[in-house]
Design a protein around this ligand. Structure first.
Ligand code: AMP
Length: 282
């Protein structure tokens, strides 16, 4: 496995692999790798000749007062984990290499970025799509792998790839969870033991929403109230949002008539966690 920090080096390397006829799978990450990231890498390993993992804590997707400075970083640990997953190239650039002096260009997907996390994190998705577009240009992957855990991100990236005629497949893979259902996240390490215990309410409450749909509840407000009540019963949890929305447009739903995405963001102390469940109507 090779570690590359220079954008033009990774670009030349990937271009020559492509010319040799090798297929390239890209897994973009911010590092502090866990089993969720590794599942993306393993799928990329199975489906491509070459696997590239990027590790870059992307400052421009963090707002003022957010956790950019305290975001967990562990490059040595990450490299060891990537190696076990059969990764060929780790691209770990510096901030200056990605955003050199004079950088002025941003990629902005409209509408899909307004609700859910976009409402509480203005500018977040502009940062995500800008760095993902740059990674697509540097690596020119045949496939890029994303997790359903960041559902809105996957919808926004798919839209960007279609709108900008990016010649690649976007692959979205299921959320990997801890044994109590908590979605794996690099931020989980920042939870205190009590917060960690309390955080299992996220998945439990999403399952409650699904159970209500399964028994025939079609009124979104009624389900949302129940989910909110469950989360609010947990004294360490502070709700950012809980929504039931259309899985494609991400617009909130009043009535449930087809597939629905239940999505939430909840704070435990300084740590903001997100999760979601795609619910199909029987
Ligand atoms: P991050 O490093 O948090 O930016 O995540 C990098 C990629 O890993 C994104 O596509 C995430 O959606 C995905 N990911 C993060 N957590 C999980 C998880 N628990 N299960 C599956 N994919 C995940």
């Amino acid at each position: 496995m090779q570690i590359i920090d220079d954008p033009s080096t990774i670009q030349r390397r990937c271009e020559s692999l492509r010319r040799e006829g090798q297929t390239i799978g890209l897994v973009p990450t911010m590092g502090a790798l866990h089993a969720g990231h590794l599942s993306l890498m393993r799928s990329a390993r199975a489906e491509n000749d070459v696997v590239v993992v990027s590790i870059f804590v992307n400052s421009i997707q963090f707002g003022r007062g957010e956790d950019f400075d305290s975001y967990p970083r562990d490059l040595y640990g990450d490299v060891a984990q990537a190696e076990t997953a059969g990764v060929d190239l780790v691209f770990a650039p510096s901030a200056e290499a990605i955003y050199p002096k004079g950088f002025r260009t941003y990629v902005d997907v409209t509408e899909l970025t307004e609700g859910l996390c976009g409402a509480s994190r203005p500018g977040h998705f502009r940062g995500v799509t800008t760095v993902v577009a740059k990674l697509f240009n540097l690596v020119r992957p045949h496939r890029a792998y994303f997790g359903q855990k960041d559902y809105q991100q996957s919808v926004v990236v798919r839209r960007m790839a279609a709108d900008l005629n990016c010649d690649l497949d976007i692959v979205v893979l299921p959320t990997v969870r801890e044994s109590d259902g908590l979605a794996m996240s690099s931020r989980n390490v920042r939870l205190t033991p009590l917060q960690r215990q309390a955080a299992s309410v996220l998945y439990t409450s999403l399952n409650r929403a699904e159970a209500r749909v399964r028994v025939g509840e079609r009124n979104a407000q009624a389900i949302l109230e129940e989910v909110r009540t469950m989360i609010e019963a947990e004294p360490l949890a502070r709700i950012d949002y809980v929504v039931l929305c259309d899985p494609e447009t991400l617009k909130p739903l009043d009535r449930i008539e087809g597939p629905v995405l239940a999505a939430l963001a909840v704070r435990f102390g300084e740590t903001r966690l997100i999760d979601n469940l795609l619910i199909t109507v029987p």
